[in-house]
Design a protein around this ligand. Structure first.
Ligand code: CP
Length: 323
């Protein structure tokens, strides 16, 4: 097997065809989750280090499960358990880990640019599991997989991304991914939570497909997909207030059964998690029939299996061999 490590730092690294390849492979691995034996052998003998310097429930666990389902060794380190707490730089930490010859490093860090910095220095593949408010590419891929399954495709859909766009790496990766797949994206929030020029992040591709709505009703009108985001309070340090208080934001931009009526009758509701129930999303909607939030989590494992294979093997293998 050819061994060409491929980093995944940003959705911008991927051509449309590569995204579709990952989604197609993800379809196959999503089906594997329903089998009693879920293990394949394509990454047997390989080592994946999950290096998480920010908290995570879904991403970290699903990367570990994904690696193990492909028979790779998965090692988890992060936060206070690493020598960064003794003053070691992130780059030094990564170089020391690389000296142990892993095949891939999966990294989450509060610094937007952490994954790119490691990718420039690393010999092994580096996968961005969320860097500050920059990007979360595997989240966008699993979101695309979820939409594709629920709606039969992504092209031509109207997708509303609602909430704290300003601090959201999920929003940035989704704008790039959805535009590449031919969807139209509305960014729905008060002006203070929409960074100036965000519709240009993917150049002409996103400029033509992204529009901004500063009222929930207008933003949801005719939407096929409603993707809610939580307020990322952890990234507000040192900023001037962007809205009077969370209760007011919730009243004007929160999704309830009533405000969901603005969207199409068959619109699906998504959320990357963690949800702040009763803030951006009412419990009735979060647990209701239109929500595909737990399906997103299931797709996370399948898509991350495909991403790990691509990163380590250079190409997706023709057929996953059963363990
Ligand atoms: N969606 C997401 O990144 O969730 P975690 O923070 O739990 O990984």
């Amino acid at each position: 097997m050819r061994c060409v490590p491929r980093h995944l730092v940003s959705i911008a690294d991927l051509e449309r065809g590569e995204i579709v390849q990952i989604l197609d492979r993800g379809d196959r691995y999503r089906a594997l989750a329903d089998e009693p034996i879920k293990k394949l052998t394509s990454l047997r003998g390989r080592t994946v280090i999950n290096m998480f310097f920010e908290s995570s429930t879904r991403t970290r666990t699903s990367f570990e499960i994904a690696a193990k389902r492909l028979s790779a060794e998965a090692i988890n380190i992060g936060g206070a358990a690493t020598s960064t707490s003794k003053g070691e730089t992130l780059l030094d930490t990564a170089e020391n880990l690389e000296a142990m010859y892993p095949d891939a490093i999966v990294v989450r860090h509060s610094f937007g640019g952490a994954a790119a910095m490691l990718a420039r220095a690393a010999r092994c593949a580096v996968i961005n599991a969320g860097d500050g408010q920059h990007e979360h590419p595997t989240q966008a891929l699993l979101d695309a997989a979820t939409i594709r399954r629920a709606k039969g495709g992504v092209e031509g859909l109207e997708v509303a991304i609602v909430g704290d766009i300003a601090h959201s790496r999920v929003a940035r990766s989704n704008i790039l991914c959805l535009a590449k797949l031919g969807a139209r994206v509305r960014l729905v929030a008060p002006w203070t939570l929409i960074p100036r020029g965000i519709e240009e992040i993917g150049g002409e591709e996103t400029r033509a497909r992204v529009r901004i709505a500063t009222r929930l009703e207008a933003g949801l009108d005719g939407a096929d997909v409603v993707m809610m985001l939580r307020v990322q309070h952890e990234r507000f340090a040192g900023e001037a207030p962007r809205f009077p208080n969370t209760r007011e934001l919730s009243r004007t931009f929160g999704l309830s059964e009533r405000s969901l009526r603005f969207a199409k009758a068959d619109a699906i509701v998504m959320h990357p998690g963690p949800i702040n129930r009763g803030v951006e999303l009412s419990p009735e909607v979060a647990d209701g029939p239109r929500a595909v939030i737990l399906q997103q989590v299931s797709w996370g494992v399948a898509i991350r299996m495909a991403v790990l294979e691509r990163a380590i093997l250079g190409d997706l293998p023709a057929e996953g061999e059963r363990a």
